[in-house]
Design a protein around this ligand. Sequence first.
Ligand code: XIL
Length: 342
Amino acid sequence: MSCRGFGILVLAGAAAVCSFGQTDGLRAAARRRGFLVGAAVNPSLLAQDAYASALAREFNLVVAENAMKFAPTEPARGEFNFDGADRMAEFARAHGMKVRGHNLVWHQSLPKWLTEGSWSREEAMQILHDHIRAVMAHFKGKLLCWDVVNEAIAYGQPFGPQKSFWLEKIGPEYVDMAFRWAREADPDVKLYYNETGGEGAGAKSDATYKLVKGMRDRGVPIDGVGLQMHVTVQRAPTVEALSANIKRLGKLGLEVQITEMDVRIPVPVADTDLIAQADVYRNVARACLANSNCKALITWGVSDAHSWIPAKHPGFGAALLFDAEYRPKPAYQAVVDVLGSR
Ligand code: XIL
C-alpha cells in the first residue's frame, strides 16, 4: 500500500489510485515492456529538482515543447540557436533517454524575419531546405525521430490544407519536399508526420490517412505518424477506433506514436473527473500497446504545474499524469497498470 517516493493520493471510492498498483513506476514498467513513455520538456525547468527528478525517474523519452521549433532555432536567417534543445538533449543522454525532434515544418512558431519578408517561391524553398539541413545536421545521431511536418491539414472541416506561410509561398508540395530534404539530411533518423484531432475515427483521421497514403504511393520517405491526442474526456477516441486507425497506418508500413497526449478536465478538479481522465489514458495506452507498430506514448508536459492547457483552454487544466506537486494521479496508475498487463 505505498506509492514509493510519491506519497499516496487519496481518492474515496477510486480503485485506480497509486496505492493499489505496481509501485516502481512508469519508466520501469515501460522498460520491462520495451516501450517508450515520454514527456514534452521546457529546458529552462530542468534546473528545478522536482521537475528534473520526476522526468528522469518516470520517462525514457523527451521531446522539446517549443525549443526545436523554427522561431527559436533560426532567429535570424542562417543564424541558428540550439541552446535550450542542446540542454535537453544532454539531459536525455545523461539519463539514458531517447529524444524526439519536434518540429521542422509548421505553420506556427515562425520568425518575423521570415513571415514579414517578401520571398519568391524559389527563395522560400531555399529557406526551408536550408533550415531542415542545418537543424538536422546539428542533431544528427542524437534523435530517434523527427516530426518533419506538423499539422499540414486544417483544424476544421473540410480538412483541406492548413493555411500557412509554406502553403502560400510554395504550394501543397512543400510537404513532400520537406520529407525528401529530411531524408537527404539524415538517412538514419525516423521521419514522422504529426497531426492533431485525427486520432480515432472521423474525417480528420481519414484526411490524415489519405495524406500519408499519398506520400507512400509517391515514394516520399516517411516512417511514421504522430497522433497528438490533445483531448477531453468527452471527445477522446474509443479503444476500438484508435486501434483501428493505428492498424490501418500500420498496413501502410508506418509506425505510430502518441505524441502529445493530455486530457484536459475542468478546474478546480473533481475526483470523478480524475477517474474519467484515467479511463481515457488507460484506453489510449491499451490501443497503442495492442498494436506492434505503436511505439511510444508521450504526454505534453511532465506535471500539471507546467502545461499549455490553462492558457490555451481557460477553465480547464490538470491534463497530465502528475499533479502540480508531482504526485501521481489516477491516470498515472492506469497507464502503469496497462504497461504491466499482458
Ligand atoms: C504548443 C506549446 O505547448 C505552447 O507552449 C506554445 O505556446 C504553442 O505550441 N500541437 C503541437 C505543439 O504540435 O507544438 C503545440 O505546442 C501544441 C499543439
